[in-house]
Design a protein around this ligand. Structure first.
Ligand code: ZN
Length: 163
């Protein structure tokens, strides 16, 4: 851990404390060069690597913002969105990596969103997978329909009407 004051490349831990809920460790550190002290907080992190090469901590709020946009005007409640964001986070964490590509987060959103609302799913997929033409929509809808028919072969009414 670099010293935040003089950028010295090393520091010494002088005290460690685990928070009451066990989710954090606070460490008091001292720089051997300038002698100043600083605190670091350690949590089990999940870092998202963006296509630009930048990285940022995983944020449920960001997942929610993207999904909420896709759900505009759809019969989807805030509670359902919160559950979806939680499922996305659990899905991403279940892979067991401390770092994930933004792409993997997007992929983790698609499944639960499709179960929640197929129109919102198509909107999200069209942006996320960069649909460029009507044909891209058509093939996504064809796939949705085929998978739904496979799941319900008795021909129950669809949520997307057949043409
Ligand atoms: Zn220092």
């Amino acid at each position: 851990m670099h010293c935040p004051f003089c950028r010295h490349t090393d520091s010494r831990v002088v005290d460690s404390r685990t928070s009451d809920d066990g989710a954090q460790i606070r460490r008091r550190r001292q720089c051997p060069d300038c002698g100043r002290r600083f605190t670091t907080i350690e949590t089990a992190g999940l870092t998202v690597l963006k296509r630009s090469g930048a990285s940022e901590p995983f944020s449920r709020a960001k997942v929610l913002a993207g999904v909420r946009k896709a759900c505009q005007g759809r019969p989807v409640t805030e509670d359902q969105l919160a559950v979806l964001a939680q499922r996305v986070e659990e899905g991403v964490r279940a892979a067991g990596n401390a770092e994930v590509d933004a792409h993997e987060v997007g992929m983790a959103i698609l499944g639960p969103l499709r179960e929640l609302d197929e129109v919102a799913y198509l909107r999200f997929a069209s942006v996320y997978q960069a649909f460029e033409s009507l044909e891209d929509f058509e093939s996504a809808i064809t796939l949705l329909r085929a998978e739904r028919e496979a799941a319900a072969p008795d021909g129950r009414p669809d949520r997307i009407p057949a043409p």
